[in-house]
Design a protein around this ligand. Sequence first.
Ligand SMILES: C[S@@+](CC[C@H](N)C(=O)[O-])C[C@H]1O[C@@H](n2cnc3c(N)ncnc32)[C@H](O)[C@@H]1O
Length: 269
Amino acid sequence: MLICPLCGKSLIIDGKSYICENRHCFDLARQGYVNLLPVQNKHSLHPGDTKEMLTARRRFLETGKYSPICKEVKETAKMFCKTENPKILDVGCGEGYYTRALADSFENSHTIGIDIAKDGVKMACSRGKDISWIVATASLLPVENSSVDIVTAMFSLFMDGEYSRVLKKGGVAIEVNAATEHLIEMKEIIYDEVFPQNKKPVEHDEKLFKRVYSEKHSFKFYVNNEELKDLLYMTPHLNRIKEENKSRLLKFEELELTAAFWVSADMRL
Ligand SMILES: C[S@@+](CC[C@H](N)C(=O)[O-])C[C@H]1O[C@@H](n2cnc3c(N)ncnc32)[C@H](O)[C@@H]1O
């Protein structure tokens, strides 16, 4: 399923390296991931989420507070996947929480988790060696054409061209995005003003995809002070807010929050 990011030829595993017929060679790291992000596609020294964000996200997701999101995405994958042993690609997998859950939803899946943040992929390796963990960019997926049954973008970016290229005909792209009310109680504390928004799932190229499902979900959950801090640190809000507003939030010993999200599925035509 994997292709060389330099020449596009198939990669085969040879001992502890992936190698293509043009002898481009990519070594497996000690943790078990492979870096398929060529330097020319790396637009900063440490692209993607920071180690601090990833560590906070790992701790928060491990509390199970977002398990209803996980359940919805797993059910959507089961609903639209036509095979019991799918090839799954989770793009922007971060530290791998949803990737692991998706792989576990099927008896016998072949799952790949891709992220541009090397620290995320390194961390994700601890979620299992049965998943292929890859450092790569969503804009140049090192994955063969028409080879994948399910592509997921969990709170991550969606690339019409690349996702449609790697999906089989009839395969499904599943996307989860925050809805308007997501963490609204937290936003009201950390921002001086919360502007009204109406977040909806983005429509994709109708020559490539047909929307087969789009549903908004929400639930309430409680966080303690440490979980609240992790929640703040795992999101981009942290870099946008004033220090005094951050302190105001972190004074809460407990807070009830709303999780609101859209799950959409688009079938590859
Ligand atoms: C909001 S996080 C979501 C992570 C994970 N899906 C989750 O929900 O826990 C978005 C992820 O996309 C990754 N990312 C950003 N740009 C990317 C790109 N061009 N290619 C691949 N991953 C990217 C970030 O490093 C980050 O891990």
